[in-house]
Design a protein around this ligand. Structure first.
Ligand code: APR
Length: 249
C-alpha cells in the first residue's frame, strides 16, 4: 500500500496524535459492526431497538440475553493487526490518545495502555439501581441476574442510546481531539454523536484529519486524507511506512 510521501514525513515529526475507533476496527477480529445486519436469532432486531433504557425496562431479559450473546462473542475473538498497530502508535507518538466507541476491550487486550472508552465496556456488569459493579452473577437462564446488595437488576456497563457518556472520558476525548496535530477516524460510520463530532473539533483546531474506513462516511469530504479499505491492512502498512516497524500478531 502506498501513502503520500508528504504525509509520511509529517507523521514522523508530529507529537500529539488522537485516534477515534469504531466497530470497523474489530470487524476483522470477527465481531459484527452495528450497521451490519445482525446474525441468527438477533437478525430480527436492530441495535437501536435493544441498546436503550426503554428496551431494558420493557424486556430486561431480551436485552440481558443480547448482551450475554455479544459478551460471549467478544470473549471468543482476539485483537487484529489494526489493534496492534494502534498499540505501536501509542509507543511511538510522544502524545497519543486512543478514543474508542467500542465496548469489546480489544484495544486493551492488544496492549494499548490508555484507552478512553466513550461507550463503556461489555465485559463489565453493574447494578441498574445502585450502580455496584460485579464480576459474578447467577446463571439462571430464565431470569436477569440481580444485585447482591440491593436486588436491583444487573445490566452491562455500556452507554445506551439516550444515556449520557461518562463525563471524564468524554472531557478527556474532547481535550485530546482539540490538542491533536493529527486526528485519525478509524472504522466508524461517524453518525453517532457526540463521538462523531470529535473529528470536527480537531479539524477546527488545525488538526490534519485522516479517515481509514471501509466505505465513505459523512466525514470523508471533510478529511485531509482518506484511505478506504480494511483497517487491519491499512494501519500495519502505515506503521511500516512511518516507523519501519512490521506488526506481527
Ligand atoms: N476496516 C475498516 N472499516 C470497516 C471495516 C474494516 N475491516 N469493516 C467495517 N468497516 C466500517 C464500515 O464501513 C462502517 O462505516 O466501519 C464502520 C462501522 O460503523 P458502525 O457499524 O456504525 O459502527 P460505529 O461507527 O462504531 O457505531 C458507533 O453506534 O450503535 C452505536 O454505540 C454504538 O459505538 C456504536 C456507535
Amino acid at each position: 500500500m502506498e501513502f503520500p510521501p508528504d504525509l509520511i514525513v509529517f507523521l514522523r515529526k508530529v507529537e500529539r496524535v488522537s485516534a477515534l475507533t469504531g466497530a470497523g476496527v474489530s470487524q476483522e477480529s470477527g465481531l459484527r459492526t452495528f450497521r451490519d445486519t445482525q446474525s441468527g436469532l438477533w437478525a430480527q432486531y436492530r441495535p437501536e431497538d435493544l441498546a436503550t433504557p426503554d428496551a431494558f425496562a420493557r424486556d430486561p431479559k431480551l436485552v440481558w440475553d443480547w448482551y450475554a450473546f455479544r459478551r460471549e462473542a467478544v470473549k471468543a475473538v482476539r485483537p487484529n493487526l489494526g489493534h496492534y498497530s494502534l498499540t505501536e502508535m501509542e509507543k511511538k507518538f510522544p502524545e497519543f490518545t486512543l478514543i474508542t466507541q467500542n465496548v469489546d476491550g480489544l484495544h486493551q487486550l492488544a496492549g494499548t495502555k490508555n484507552v478512553l472508552e466513550l461507550h463503556g465496556n461489555i465485559l463489565r456488569v453493574r447494578c441498574a439501581v445502585c450502580g455496584r459493579f460485579t464480576e459474578t452473577w447467577g446463571s439462571d437462564l430464565d431470569s436477569v441476574p440481580r444485585c447482591d446488595e440491593c436486588d436491583g437488576l444487573l445490566r452491562p456497563d455500556v452507554v445506551w442510546f439516550g444515556e449520557t457518556l461518562p463525563r471524564l472520558e468524554l472531557e478527556s476525548a474532547v481535550t485530546a481531539s482539540r490538542r491533536a496535530q493529527v486526528f485519525f477516524s478509524i472504522g466508524t460510520s461517524g453518525v453517532v454523536h457526540p463521538a462523531a463530532a470529535l473529528a470536527l473539533a480537531a479539524r477546527e483546531n488545525g488538526s490534519v484529519v485522516i479517515e481509514i474506513n471501509a466505505e465513505p462516511t459523512p466525514l470523508t469530504p471533510k478529511a485531509d486524507f482518506v484511505f478506504h479499505g480494511k483497517s487491519g491492512e491499512i494501519l500495519p502498512a502505515l506503521v511500516k511506512a512511518v516507523f519501519d516497524i512490521s506488526i506481527q500478531v
